[in-house]
Design a protein around this ligand. Structure first.
Ligand code: MSP
Length: 646
């Protein structure tokens, strides 16, 4: 029987487009899935979208769509991106799938019957966008807290709801973490979890009666199951939990080998999820791999901060494999990692184009030139080649150990070191000289390099499947797999039929700067044609102007701000930049209903500020006459929301 490997990603909220952060989690899971496939495991790779809850219902309403239409759109966007990036998942689960809904109901029913779920009442400060009660001692007549995760105002609410008896699992959870210190990778993150449990677990509210877009509670449809019980259950609903016809399938895959998650959702996975599983008397996951955030300019990438890096654009500029390699080889999963274009360009140009791609290319071209594309099995390697072979074995061992413990960047650092060694081997042996002086040594050099490249191609295949398959084709081979794949690869007893192929990787240093220069040149040209002379005092340079992020957006919702003479609160769809709440001082000039559906021009990179307790995340541009007449600016024709204004 084949060994199995089951890996999951978080399921992403179905209310927005995928970004580099969601791609990162998915990529790590894909690399792990492929790494195990390569070694002959039977693999299940689960990903999907989290499609219920208030936020999604509100967004759909703002966009004039049904929630189902909205989540259908975004699920498609995720699937498309995963396909473009060669993410080879087994199943894409959606929490609106019928099988999932059935499983969630079955789980809730079981826990209710067992007494682990009971009906009570919840009172507290609630953050609607985050769908969570925010702990606070403030009473209803006082000012409530702002939400710690999104910074927005909360409102006081009391509602009957169902609770999960989390408090009853405190001791079992602590015992579990004590017995399984390696459960969370990296280990250090377990400390936070244990501290949270030790601080005392309160029962967890798991239903809402204020929401309709969700899975109804069994036998009490006034309540819908709150997103986390719903969402976490995807990990078992996908493989047939509570489906009498799929018992064998469920038992085949569960428990999961590893849940890949970002550090923001550890508590849900390492406390709530484990407790739900304990209550359902199901085996617990084997590991949870927690990665840090990708940060851009020191901040977590997020739509509301407007610092989202678009994976589609990256792929177009740098290619799928370049981006995949950069993210896994340069970002240590243990901590937050800074994303930088300059770095990405350097890594692709050096590691991939210069060191690896070039090595293959030089060998194949030499082989062709000296009529040595067919390389026989070598009998009797020279000590120099044996040393290289040993280095390859050593690299393989280290890389395997690192990959098996999820330390991608360390594994790929070993491959990089070995590649450098192969390059020095070539340099020392000078095959271009050997070709004329010692044909046998020449063939040996080519063969040693081919064996080395074949090994590298396999270790790197999980991260760069497309290019490494091309590399194997250039060596006249196809990818091997199976339990003994590495034993076979380090044996150095193969013949090869080389082929000259176009370079696998391009040097990309400066690609982004060139793009910016082109865009800048276009802007400058436009400015120059106006023959504006920047001589007057107070004149700013174009570089100053472009710092202001101006974007076209549609006002989806507008309402008066209570207790304010001037302010209207707008919800604005800024396309790829997401939704923004913007306060505009135009109450005297416009009625809210006149604004809804209108496009305007907005400044998006102003520091958010609070007005009357409400956050404004941008500014609507208006023209103001000396007498005070105020009109807002809008594009002369409809244009895609999110389009930049230059
Ligand atoms: N729907 C929940 C998860 C439910 S899982 C049962 C959710 N969704 S999410 O769309 O917000 O995606 C969260 C995950 O995306 C994070 O846990 C993390 O894995 C990944 N990332 C989102 N932003 C990220 C970065 N800036 N950097 C790295 N990963 C990030 O939470």
């Amino acid at each position: 029987m084949k060994k199995t490997f089951f890996v999951t990603t978080p399921i992403y909220y179905g209310s927005g487009l995928p970004h580099l952060g969601s791609f990162y989690s998915t990529l790590l899971a894909d690399v792990l899935a492929r790494w195990h496939k390569l070694q002959g495991y039977e693999v299940y790779f689960l990903t999907g979208t989290d499609e219920h809850g208030q936020k999604i219902a509100e967004k759909a309403q703002q966009e004039g769509k049904t929630p189902q239409d909205l989540v259908d759109e975004y699920a498609k966007a995720y699937k498309n991106l995963w396909r473009e990036y060669d993410i080879e998942y087994t199943k894409f689960i959606r929490t609106t799938d019928l099988e999932h809904k059935k499983a969630v109901k079955a789980l809730a029913h079981l826990l209710f019957e067992k007494g682990d779920i009971y009906k009570g009442e919840y009172t507290g400060w609630y953050c609607t966008p985050c769908e969570t009660f925010v702990p606070s001692n403030a009473t209803a007549d006082q000012e409530g807290p702002v939400c710690p995760s999104c910074g927005r105002a909360t409102r006081f609410m009391t509602e009957p709801c169902y609770f999960f008896r989390l408090s009853a699992y405190q001791e079992r959870l602590l015992a579990f973490f004590k017995q399984n210190p390696d459960f969370i990778v990296p280990k250090e993150r377990a400390n936070e979890v244990v501290a949270f449990i030790e601080a005392g677990l309160k029962d967890l509210s798991i239903s809402r009666s204020t929401i309709t877009w969700g899975i109804p509670f069994p036998d009490d449809p006034e309540h819908v199951i709150y997103v986390w019980l719903d969402a976490l259950t995807n990990y078992i609903s996908a493989i047939g939990y509570a489906d009498a016809t799929r018992v064998a399938e469920f038992n085949h895959w569960w428990p999961v080998d590893v849940h890949v998650i970002g550090k923001d959702i550890v508590r849900f996975h390492a406390v709530y999820w484990l407790a739900f599983l304990m209550a359902a008397e199901l085996p617990l996951p084997k590991h949870e791999l927690v990665h840090g955030w990708i940060v851009v300019e020191g901040q977590k990438m997020s739509k509301s901060r407007g610092n989202v890096v678009d994976p589609v654009q990256l792929k177009e500029l740098y290619g799928v494999d370049g981006v995949r390699y950069y993210l896994t080889s340069r970002m240590a999963i243990t901590q937050d990692a800074s994303f930088s274009i300059a770095d990405l360009e350097k890594v692709i140009s050096q590691d991939l184009a210069n060191e690896l791609g070039n090595l293959l290319n030089r060998m194949a071209v030499l082989a062709q030139k000296y009529d040595a594309l067919s390389l026989p099995v070598i009998k009797g390697w020279s000590p120099q080649s044996i040393a290289l072979c040993d280095a390859g074995k050593h690299m393989t061992q280290l890389a395997r150990d690192y990959l098996n413990t999820y330390q991608f960047h360390l594994a790929y650092a070993e491959v990089k070191r070995f590649t450098a060694l192969v390059n020095s081997y070539v340099h020392e042996r000078e095959p271009w000289v050997q070709a004329g002086t010692d044909k046998q040594a020449f063939i040996e050099t080519l063969s040693a390099v081919s064996h080395s490249l074949q090994l590298i191609a396999h270790v790197l295949w999980p991260v760069m499947p497309r290019s490494m398959e091309k590399m194997m084709r250039a060596l006249g081979k196809s990818l091997l797999n199976g339990a003994d794949v590495f034993k076979e690869l380090v044996a150095w007893d193969k013949s090869f039929t080389l082929m000259v192929v176009p370079p696998l990787f391009a040097k990309v240093e400066g690609v982004f700067a060139d793009l910016q220069k082109t865009e800048e040149a276009q802007t400058n040209k436009a400015v120059a044609s106006d023959s504006v002379k920047a001589e007057t005092a107070g004149v700013i340079d174009i570089a100053d102007f472009v710092k202001v992020q101006l974007v076209a957006g549609t006002i989806i919702h507008a309402e008066m701000v209570p207790n304010s003479d001037k302010l209207l609160k707008l919800q604005v769809n800024c396309g790829v930049h997401g939704m923004r709440q913007i306060l505009a001082g135009i109450k005297l000039h416009y009625k809210p209903e006149d604004l809804i559906g209108q496009q305007g021009i907005f400044v998006l990179n102003l520091k958010p500020r609070k007005l009357l307790g409400l956050e404004s995340q941008g500014m609507l541009l208006c023209a103001v006459e000396a007498g005070g007449k105020t009109v807002f600016l809008r594009p002369s024709q409809p244009i895609n929301d999110g389009s930049g204004v230059r």
